[in-house]
Structures are given as C-alpha cells and as structure tokens.
Design a protein around this ligand. Structure first.
Ligand SMILES: [Fe+2]
Length: 220
C-alpha cells in the first residue's frame, strides 16, 4: 500500500456549483457535527432528513455535473463530479454518474458518509472484509447485503459497516447518486478489491473536474 495518504489542506473551501440548497446542507452538516460531539451515529440520524430533502429537489444539480465521463479513472465511463470540498478536506460532496450497465469497482471509502440516489436505478452489493489484513495484498470478502435503489433512497457508511461496496446502474439511462462524505474521497488512497483472486490494491478515483493538489490546477 502507498504511504501517500496525507493531503495538504486547501487554501479555502471549494464550491464547484452555485446552489443555495447545497450551501444550506453543508451549513447543516457543520451544525450537526458540532452538536453531536463525536457521536457519528447520532449525527447521521440527524442529518438524514436534510440529505433526503436535497435529493428530493431535482433542480439544483447542473447538467454538467450529471454527465458520464469517458476518461474516468473509475472506469466504465463513470463521472465523479466534485460539488464541494472543505478546506481541511474533512467533508466533500460529489455526484457519481454511472452509465447504464456499468459497475463501479468494489471499493471502500474510509470515512463516514451518506449516499443517496438522485436519478435512475442502482443495484448495490455491500461487502465486509473477513480476513484480518495481515497478509498484504490479500483480502477475503463476504457479501452482507444486496440493495435495489430508487430515487430518494439513501444509505449510510459508518466504517467498517457498509464501507465496501460495488454499485451498478440497472436503469435504461444513467444513474446519478449524491455523496456526502467525511473526507476528500476522490483524493484519498483507498482500496479496490478483486474477490475472484482474493486480492486488494491501492486505489485513488480522483474527480472528473478537480485535481487533488492545488498546484495541479494549471495542468488539470
Ligand atoms: Fe462508493
């Protein structure tokens, strides 16, 4: 595994879309986090209705952030569009656009999160790791749940619970999910699992529209 896991703070919070709805959600996340004093389960329970409200409003996500991306580092034409990230990278919001029939790699996130379906349909397979991680490059997974998601459905990530999954679009058109996570998910080195060979490797998805280091901006 790589040691490149420490990300420099950014100069400022970054907003990639202008949306009062999103600004309001981010403000609510901060308020709830501050009042929940480290109780993540309680914080997610409080946050869920606000997140659900954002998903129900269908006019705030610009068309540009609802597109597939043929150059995706995720593969399969999957677009991962950063909408917001905090200066200290402790919070990010992004849309994930999966073309019909495409599936994400099996991956983890390494942070708490709420994910909700905004458009289309998805099948999500949730895994848990059953080996102890001692054997480098080796991983044994077990399926814990299969979910069929419709617009408005949400689920939470509370590592290790629910943190490893793969998502497939089952609708005729692309699916779009909105992700609210407690890290700079596209930029952290996380893990991709290959159950056929019982292996795991380092994985960094990046974003379709934003670099991971500020100095990369000119070249992005
Ligand atoms: Fe994911």
């Amino acid at each position: 595994m790589t040691n490149d896991t420490i990300l420099e703070p950014l100069a400022e919070d970054q907003w990639f879309i202008e949306s009062q709805e999103l600004r309001s959600l981010v403000a609510t996340v901060r308020e709830i986090n501050a009042s929940s004093i480290g109780d993540r389960t309680q914080a997610l329970t409080k946050l869920e209705p606000y997140f659900q409200e954002l998903l129900a409003q269908q006019q705030w996500l610009p068309e540009k952030f609802a597109q597939v991306n043929p150059d995706s580092k995720m593969g399969g034409g999957i677009g991962q569009w950063l909408l917001y990230r905090a200066k200290d990278r402790s919070l990010s919001v992004f849309s994930l656009v999966i073309p019909p029939g495409s599936t994400t790699p099996i991956h983890d996130h390494l942070a708490w999160g709420l994910i909700g379906l905004y458009k289309g349909n998805q099948e999500e397979i949730v895994y848990r790791r059953v080996d102890n991680g001692d054997d480098q490059g080796h991983a044994q997974l077990q399926i814990t749940e299969v979910r069929f998601l419709q617009p408005g459905d949400i689920y939470r990530l509370l590592p290790p619970d629910g943190d490893i999954h793969a998502v497939k679009t089952t609708s005729q058109g692309e699916s779009i999910s909105i992700h609210l996570l407690g890290n700079d998910t596209g930029c952290v080195w996380r893990h991709q699992f290959i159950p056929e060979s019982h292996t795991v490797k380092s994985f960094r998805s990046g974003y379709s529209n934003a670099p991971c280091k500020e100095e990369e901006k000119e070249h992005a």
